[in-house]
Design a protein around this ligand. Structure first.
Ligand SMILES: Nc1ncnc2c1ncn2[C@@H]1O[C@H](COP(=O)(O)OP(=O)(O)OP(=O)(O)O)[C@@H](O)[C@H]1O
Length: 219
Protein backbone atom coordinates (compact mmCIF):
# COMPACT_ATOMS: atom_id res chain seq x y z
CA UNK A 1 0.00 0.00 0.00
CA UNK A 2 1.05 3.56 -0.64
CA UNK A 3 -0.40 6.12 1.78
CA UNK A 4 -0.17 9.80 0.89
CA UNK A 5 -1.50 12.91 2.54
CA UNK A 6 -1.38 16.54 1.46
CA UNK A 7 -3.39 19.76 1.54
CA UNK A 8 -3.65 19.64 5.34
CA UNK A 9 -4.86 22.76 7.07
CA UNK A 10 -5.36 22.43 10.80
CA UNK A 11 -6.44 25.26 13.09
CA UNK A 12 -7.23 25.24 16.80
CA UNK A 13 -9.45 28.28 17.36
CA UNK A 14 -7.82 30.78 14.97
CA UNK A 15 -4.30 29.46 15.47
CA UNK A 16 -2.87 27.67 12.46
CA UNK A 17 -1.06 24.48 13.52
CA UNK A 18 -0.48 22.67 10.23
CA UNK A 19 -0.31 23.72 6.58
CA UNK A 20 1.85 22.65 3.67
CA UNK A 21 1.96 19.00 4.68
CA UNK A 22 2.97 16.25 2.30
CA UNK A 23 3.87 12.79 3.56
CA UNK A 24 4.15 9.42 1.89
CA UNK A 25 4.42 6.04 3.61
CA UNK A 26 4.54 2.67 1.92
CA UNK A 27 4.74 -1.05 2.56
CA UNK A 28 8.35 -2.12 2.97
CA UNK A 29 9.38 1.20 4.49
CA UNK A 30 9.31 2.80 7.91
CA UNK A 31 8.51 6.50 7.79
CA UNK A 32 9.75 8.58 10.71
CA UNK A 33 8.39 11.94 11.85
CA UNK A 34 10.50 14.19 14.06
CA UNK A 35 9.62 17.61 15.43
CA UNK A 36 9.94 19.81 18.48
CA UNK A 37 7.37 19.75 21.29
CA UNK A 38 4.14 21.28 20.05
CA UNK A 39 5.11 21.08 16.37
CA UNK A 40 1.98 19.02 15.61
CA UNK A 41 3.18 15.41 15.36
CA UNK A 42 0.36 13.89 17.42
CA UNK A 43 -2.21 16.09 15.68
CA UNK A 44 -0.91 14.86 12.33
CA UNK A 45 -1.12 11.19 13.38
CA UNK A 46 -4.67 11.80 14.62
CA UNK A 47 -5.51 13.31 11.23
CA UNK A 48 -4.09 10.23 9.45
CA UNK A 49 -6.16 7.96 11.69
CA UNK A 50 -9.30 10.06 11.29
CA UNK A 51 -9.94 10.98 14.92
CA UNK A 52 -9.09 14.65 14.23
CA UNK A 53 -10.78 16.52 11.38
CA UNK A 54 -8.80 19.47 10.03
CA UNK A 55 -10.32 22.17 7.78
CA UNK A 56 -8.76 20.47 4.77
CA UNK A 57 -6.86 17.32 3.99
CA UNK A 58 -6.49 14.85 1.16
CA UNK A 59 -5.61 11.25 1.91
CA UNK A 60 -4.91 8.82 -0.90
CA UNK A 61 -4.17 5.12 -0.69
CA UNK A 62 -2.73 3.62 -3.85
CA UNK A 63 -3.63 6.94 -5.55
CA UNK A 64 -7.33 6.62 -4.63
CA UNK A 65 -8.84 9.35 -2.39
CA UNK A 66 -10.19 8.15 0.99
CA UNK A 67 -12.71 10.76 2.08
CA UNK A 68 -14.11 9.19 5.28
CA UNK A 69 -12.00 8.87 8.47
CA UNK A 70 -9.42 6.18 7.71
CA UNK A 71 -10.26 4.04 10.76
CA UNK A 72 -13.71 3.44 9.25
CA UNK A 73 -12.11 1.50 6.38
CA UNK A 74 -10.26 -0.85 8.77
CA UNK A 75 -6.93 -0.13 7.09
CA UNK A 76 -5.13 1.56 9.98
CA UNK A 77 -4.10 0.99 13.59
CA UNK A 78 -2.93 3.73 15.89
CA UNK A 79 -0.84 3.69 19.04
CA UNK A 80 -1.67 6.98 20.79
CA UNK A 81 0.56 8.51 23.44
CA UNK A 82 -1.89 7.46 26.17
CA UNK A 83 -2.80 3.84 26.98
CA UNK A 84 -5.69 2.62 24.85
CA UNK A 85 -6.36 -0.85 26.34
CA UNK A 86 -8.84 -0.66 29.23
CA UNK A 87 -7.08 -1.03 32.62
CA UNK A 88 -9.40 -3.82 33.79
CA UNK A 89 -8.68 -6.06 30.80
CA UNK A 90 -6.51 -9.15 31.28
CA UNK A 91 -3.51 -9.57 29.00
CA UNK A 92 -4.88 -12.76 27.38
CA UNK A 93 -8.26 -11.08 26.76
CA UNK A 94 -6.73 -8.19 24.84
CA UNK A 95 -4.94 -10.58 22.51
CA UNK A 96 -8.25 -12.38 21.89
CA UNK A 97 -10.11 -9.12 21.37
CA UNK A 98 -7.59 -7.70 18.91
CA UNK A 99 -7.16 -11.12 17.24
CA UNK A 100 -3.41 -11.24 17.80
CA UNK A 101 -1.59 -14.53 18.45
CA UNK A 102 -0.66 -14.66 22.14
CA UNK A 103 1.65 -17.69 21.75
CA UNK A 104 3.80 -15.87 19.18
CA UNK A 105 4.00 -12.88 21.48
CA UNK A 106 5.13 -15.04 24.40
CA UNK A 107 7.81 -16.63 22.21
CA UNK A 108 9.25 -13.21 21.46
CA UNK A 109 8.61 -11.79 24.93
CA UNK A 110 8.94 -14.77 27.34
CA UNK A 111 9.08 -12.40 30.35
CA UNK A 112 5.31 -11.99 29.96
CA UNK A 113 4.49 -15.71 30.43
CA UNK A 114 3.59 -15.19 34.08
CA UNK A 115 1.34 -12.21 33.30
CA UNK A 116 -1.27 -13.70 30.96
CA UNK A 117 -4.03 -13.53 33.57
CA UNK A 118 -2.93 -10.18 34.96
CA UNK A 119 -5.02 -7.05 34.34
CA UNK A 120 -3.45 -4.16 32.42
CA UNK A 121 -3.65 -1.84 35.43
CA UNK A 122 -1.43 -4.25 37.40
CA UNK A 123 1.38 -4.17 34.84
CA UNK A 124 4.08 -1.48 34.79
CA UNK A 125 3.78 1.46 32.38
CA UNK A 126 6.53 0.02 30.15
CA UNK A 127 5.01 -3.49 30.15
CA UNK A 128 1.63 -2.05 29.08
CA UNK A 129 3.37 -0.11 26.35
CA UNK A 130 5.09 -3.26 24.99
CA UNK A 131 1.73 -5.02 24.76
CA UNK A 132 0.03 -2.09 23.07
CA UNK A 133 2.85 -1.63 20.54
CA UNK A 134 2.89 -5.36 19.77
CA UNK A 135 -0.88 -5.44 19.26
CA UNK A 136 -0.83 -2.38 17.00
CA UNK A 137 1.98 -3.73 14.88
CA UNK A 138 0.42 -7.19 14.56
CA UNK A 139 -3.11 -6.17 13.73
CA UNK A 140 -4.32 -6.93 10.21
CA UNK A 141 -4.31 -3.26 9.21
CA UNK A 142 -1.90 -2.39 6.41
CA UNK A 143 -0.95 0.96 7.95
CA UNK A 144 0.38 1.26 11.53
CA UNK A 145 0.81 4.63 13.25
CA UNK A 146 2.94 4.65 16.39
CA UNK A 147 3.16 7.78 18.55
CA UNK A 148 6.16 7.60 20.89
CA UNK A 149 6.65 3.83 20.89
CA UNK A 150 10.15 4.03 22.41
CA UNK A 151 9.55 6.40 25.31
CA UNK A 152 9.05 4.43 28.57
CA UNK A 153 10.79 1.28 27.29
CA UNK A 154 13.98 -0.13 28.75
CA UNK A 155 16.88 -0.70 26.28
CA UNK A 156 16.29 -4.44 25.69
CA UNK A 157 12.63 -3.87 24.89
CA UNK A 158 13.55 -0.96 22.61
CA UNK A 159 15.80 -3.32 20.62
CA UNK A 160 13.09 -5.99 20.43
CA UNK A 161 10.50 -3.49 19.25
CA UNK A 162 12.94 -2.09 16.67
CA UNK A 163 13.51 -5.64 15.34
CA UNK A 164 9.78 -6.27 15.24
CA UNK A 165 9.25 -3.08 13.25
CA UNK A 166 11.86 -4.18 10.70
CA UNK A 167 10.17 -7.59 10.41
CA UNK A 168 6.67 -6.23 10.05
CA UNK A 169 7.45 -3.44 7.59
CA UNK A 170 7.61 -6.17 4.94
CA UNK A 171 3.84 -6.49 5.16
CA UNK A 172 2.68 -3.00 6.13
CA UNK A 173 3.47 0.69 6.00
CA UNK A 174 4.66 1.94 9.39
CA UNK A 175 4.77 5.57 10.55
CA UNK A 176 6.67 6.39 13.76
CA UNK A 177 7.13 9.52 15.81
CA UNK A 178 9.26 9.86 18.94
CA UNK A 179 11.58 12.28 20.71
CA UNK A 180 14.15 9.48 21.02
CA UNK A 181 15.43 10.61 17.64
CA UNK A 182 18.32 8.14 17.43
CA UNK A 183 15.85 5.24 17.47
CA UNK A 184 13.82 7.00 14.78
CA UNK A 185 16.95 7.52 12.67
CA UNK A 186 17.92 3.84 13.10
CA UNK A 187 14.45 2.56 12.24
CA UNK A 188 13.36 4.85 9.40
CA UNK A 189 13.75 4.42 5.66
CA UNK A 190 12.19 7.82 5.04
CA UNK A 191 12.25 10.76 7.43
CA UNK A 192 10.22 13.96 7.74
CA UNK A 193 10.76 16.90 10.05
CA UNK A 194 7.70 18.83 11.15
CA UNK A 195 8.52 22.50 11.51
CA UNK A 196 6.48 25.69 11.22
CA UNK A 197 3.41 23.60 10.37
CA UNK A 198 4.99 21.88 7.33
CA UNK A 199 6.77 18.62 6.63
CA UNK A 200 10.32 18.73 5.33
CA UNK A 201 11.69 15.57 3.74
CA UNK A 202 15.08 14.89 5.29
CA UNK A 203 17.58 13.19 3.02
CA UNK A 204 20.73 13.72 5.11
CA UNK A 205 20.68 13.65 8.88
CA UNK A 206 22.77 16.83 9.19
CA UNK A 207 19.74 18.72 7.84
CA UNK A 208 18.26 18.15 11.31
CA UNK A 209 20.95 20.51 12.61
CA UNK A 210 20.46 22.96 9.72
CA UNK A 211 16.74 23.15 10.55
CA UNK A 212 17.62 23.68 14.21
CA UNK A 213 15.88 20.52 15.40
CA UNK A 214 19.21 19.37 16.87
CA UNK A 215 21.98 21.52 18.26
CA UNK A 216 24.85 21.90 15.78
CA UNK A 217 27.48 19.26 16.54
CA UNK A 218 25.03 16.71 18.00
CA UNK A 219 25.43 14.22 15.16
N1 LIG B 1 -7.34 20.04 21.41
C1 LIG B 1 -6.53 21.09 21.26
N2 LIG B 1 -6.98 22.36 21.41
C2 LIG B 1 -6.18 23.43 21.23
N3 LIG B 1 -4.87 23.34 20.89
C3 LIG B 1 -4.36 22.09 20.73
C4 LIG B 1 -5.16 20.92 20.92
N4 LIG B 1 -4.37 19.83 20.68
C5 LIG B 1 -3.15 20.30 20.38
N5 LIG B 1 -3.14 21.66 20.42
C6 LIG B 1 -2.00 22.52 20.09
O1 LIG B 1 -1.50 22.15 18.83
C7 LIG B 1 -0.09 22.18 18.80
C8 LIG B 1 0.45 20.84 18.36
O2 LIG B 1 0.17 19.86 19.38
P1 LIG B 1 0.61 18.33 19.22
O3 LIG B 1 0.20 17.62 20.46
O4 LIG B 1 0.11 17.82 17.93
O5 LIG B 1 2.21 18.49 19.16
P2 LIG B 1 3.34 17.38 19.26
O6 LIG B 1 4.35 17.70 18.20
O7 LIG B 1 2.76 16.01 19.24
O8 LIG B 1 3.94 17.72 20.69
P3 LIG B 1 4.74 16.79 21.77
O9 LIG B 1 6.00 16.36 21.10
O10 LIG B 1 5.01 17.76 22.88
O11 LIG B 1 3.85 15.65 22.16
C9 LIG B 1 0.37 22.62 20.20
O12 LIG B 1 0.61 24.00 20.16
C10 LIG B 1 -0.84 22.32 21.07
O13 LIG B 1 -0.93 23.24 22.13
Amino acid sequence: MIFEIDNVELYFAEKQILNGIYLKAETGKVTGILGANGSGKSSLLNIFFGSLQPRHKLIRINKKPYLKPLFKYGVVTYLPQQNFIPPKMKLETCFQLFKVDLKRFLKKFPDFKTYTKVRMRDLSGGQRRVIEIYICLNSRAKLALLDEPFSHLSPLYVEKIKNLIQELKKEKAIILSDHMYRHILDSSDALYLLKNGSTKLISKTNELEDYNYLKVGTL
